[in-house]
Design a protein around this ligand. Sequence first.
Ligand code: ZN
Length: 289
Amino acid sequence: MDIKERLNILAQQISAALKTEPMVVPDNQFHRFAAPGKSAKNKACYALVNEAATVVHCGNFITGEKYTFFADSDVDDQGQSERADRIAESDEFRANQQRAIAEQARSQLKDARPADPDHPYLVAKNIGAGGLTQWGNNLQVPLQDVDGTIWNLQNISPAGEKRFLKGGRTSGVFAVIGDLKNSDPVYVAEGYATAATFSGGIEKCCIAALSASNLESVCLALRTNLPSHVDICLVADNDHRTPGNPGMTLANAAAKTIAGAVVFPPLPCSNPECNCTDFNDVINCKHYT
Ligand SMILES: [Zn+2]
């Protein structure tokens, strides 16, 4: 079987699975194409074909569907899946996937409408819409690197469930509230609502790393790129109910790495059942005085 025939077989398998006309290019790169029933600019489907055109990884970023197909039947099944795993686990595959998802995030953000200030999550957290956008019922929080390049986004549902685009970059990227280039100090919080609350209260830039485990990568990226006179201060979550207090522990570790300061909400509040953990909880807590 020659490469043309193999590409044909792969294309048929992709279009049967994703119900759309695929793009098959044997170059080990992600190629994006329209999802079924969507306009050509909504490139939510993707395929990556290896150079020999023997295997394709394909899927739909929006629905989360994901498939691996093989063009040749010469190799035994185990050999094929081992080969597919090797590709999917390689750094190159991951980097390619992150770039493809970054493009997806950018086009989704571009097509979205400004966030409704009455979105239930914003109302519940008592924060403004800022520069956020909305896609259907979900708020979209853009994640960027220190150069301002968008890499991913966090979808927040009306009930407050948070989801990144799957397979997208989450390490060392963050959401910015305020003017990162002209703020001193720059604050680094965990969640978006905490950062929005904190930034609004002091009119300084506050970064949201979006997970405690990402605080250190974000702080390192900022420390490397911001002028050395700009102070970086961590705004920790105080997970006083959780063994080991991961919010405070990881914020302290990140602060130590970059020789930065840490602030945290003094908790528990006067409510014996207090479940507050961050500065946003504190401003919304009726037991806090
Ligand atoms: Zn409380």
